[in-house]
Design a binder for this molecule. Structure first.
Ligand SMILES: [Zn+2]
Length: 206
């Protein structure tokens, strides 16, 4: 399995997992990316609080992105799921289950694995989808570039899960010269988040 973080590894290994009841996660509207049950959440940037009209505190969340390659063949999901779950474990340890929202891009591959893990574990999940299936925006509708930037801007931490390539195959990702993994749009999002000062972790899944 790929590296997640050494510190996290310690925490996870030291935990004897008690059996806790599972509740379904609060999922977003897959078309708009808005959370179905509370659309105001969408506008709340990470690490801030939200207030209702009376000035009462209504919400506080920490958003952690889980992005990565959209190309995960079915037989490889078993390799990706445990490491994605470790990233979720880290978020729970750090922020608490009820204050964690996992953010992804609503695509195939890692995005769908992140959604599946959140459903299974009852973790809040938010997909920020593109409105048009192309890199650039078109007639005011967001493409991949704007979607990826939105993800980068909205999270306090980002995990990027990519697929390892072999020595013989060589580096395959144009975003990451010299690194042995296959290309992933998640690497662009990772770089953008990193430039914004967000902690990013790349996990190369062998
Ligand atoms: Zn890359």
């Amino acid at each position: 399995m790929g590296e997640v973080t050494p510190a996290m590894e310690q925490i996870v290994v030291g935990t004897s997992d008690p059996i806790t009841p599972r509740y379904p996660g609060k999922l977003c509207d897959p078309q708009t990316g808005n959370l179905v049950y509370n659309v105001r959440k969408m506008a709340v940037p990470w690490r801030t609080t939200s207030h209702d009209e009376q000035g009462e505190l209504t919400y506080k969340t920490y958003k952690v992105a889980i992005v990565g390659t959209s190309n995960v063949p079915f037989w490889r999901r078993k390799d990706f799921k445990p490491v994605v779950n470790k990233a979720i474990d880290w978020g729970i340890q750090k922020y608490g289950k009820s204050h964690l929202t996992i953010v992804s891009g609503g695509a195939k591959g890692v995005d769908s694995i992140a959604e599946e893990c959140c459903r299974e574990r009852g973790i809040d999940f938010m997909a920020i989808k593109p409105e048009v299936e192309q890199w650039k925006d078109s007639f005011g509708k967001r493409g991949y570039r704007t979607r990826n930037t939105m993800i980068a801007k909205t999270v306090c931490k980002l995990y990027n899960f990519v697929q390892a390539s072999t020595e013989e195959q060589g580096p395959k990702c144009k975003h990451c010269p010299g690194e042995l993994h296959w290309r992933s749009g998640g690497c662009w999002t990772e770089e953008t988040a990193s430039q914004l000062g967000t902690t990013t972790i790349k996990v190369i899944v062998p």
